[in-house]
Design a protein around this ligand. Structure first.
Ligand code: ARG
Length: 265
């Protein structure tokens, strides 16, 4: 069942690729800021067209990755777990996002460990799937469970190209997910098979265009337009799909989900 969602986004006004904190980023390669803004605007229009609410946080100069709002927090039942970035380049985004939540009436819990928000912590039905291995510290999973009061399932990421959980796994609805098995350790693959026996298995080709970095409202999945096979598999499983081209943001290692933080009141 589809419900109206509330998303927080950040216009890529200051988007740039000036440092390298994941294998997708090449600071020597060209990028087009104006095109990034147009592609992002299109994503926002798609969400509005689906009936969702989109809140905007003011983009700050000097924070080129701030467009990736998913890394701004984890919000469940109106509780906001703030973030702490691994890399100094993104550190100042944490207080900016926490400030937005406070201004909008939320209390924010500051994490004691590295935690990159919905990049690594995804609500799937009643449980939180939590990635670790590259960014979010394993130790933060305990404080995530304690504060958000949902069982946390730790998943070990093993491929540096899929450095955040949301690059390797997409929550489709309360019951199901899509994911790339190879991005996870053998033990985590086994856990995912047990929890989600009917999951949609993505191909390496679709994952490589960040196809799994998709946003689902339970009915419609907004995913990179280049992930053709995944879209067809989702359609076959009964989901509607909308393709969106975020090729400029992909140069920083981000797709639709990275740009979208769900605010669950
Ligand atoms: N360049 C950013 C970083 O490496 C991309 C973040 C993508 N966000 C996400 N939720 N996967 O931190």
């Amino acid at each position: 069942m589809s419900i109206t969602r509330r998303y927080l986004m950040c216009r890529p006004t200051h988007f740039a690729v000036t440092y390298r904190i994941n294998p997708w980023m090449d600071p020597t390669a060209p990028y087009d800021n104006a095109l990034a803004v147009r592609q992002w605007d299109n994503l926002r229009e798609i969400f509005l067209g689906l009936g969702h609410t989109v809140d905007l946080i003011e983009p700050l100069p000097g924070l080129p990755d701030m467009v990736f709002a998913a890394n701004g927090g984890t919000v469940v039942d109106g509780r906001v777990l703030g973030v702490q970035f691994r890399d100094a380049e993104r550190a100042d985004e944490a207080p900016a996002y926490a400030g937005w939540f406070r201004e909008h009436g939320f209390e924010v819990r500051e994490p004691k460990q590295t935690n990159e928000g919905e990049g690594d912590i995804l609500l799937a039905g009643d449980v939180l799937l939590a990635g670790t291995g590259f960014r979010t510290a394993h130790a933060s999973h305990a404080e995530t469970q304690e504060f958000l009061q949902r069982p946390v399932i730790t998943l070990q990421l093993v491929d540096p190209a899929y450095y955040h959980l949301d690059t390797a796994l997409c929550v489709l609805d309360e019951q199901n997910i899509a994911y790339l098995p190879q991005a996870f350790s053998p033990g985590s693959q086994s856990v995912l098979r047990q929890l989600f026996p009917n999951a949609i298995i993505a191909t390496p080709e679709d994952a490589a265009v960040l196809g799994l970095n998709a946003v689902s409202d339970g009915e419609t999945v907004v995913l990179p337009s280049q992930a053709v096979r995944l879209a067809a598999d989702l359609n076959r499983a009964g989901y509607k799909t909308i393709g969106v081209d975020l090729s400029e943001l992909r140069k920083a290692g981000g797709g639709p989900k990275c740009c979208t933080l769900e605010v669950r009141s």
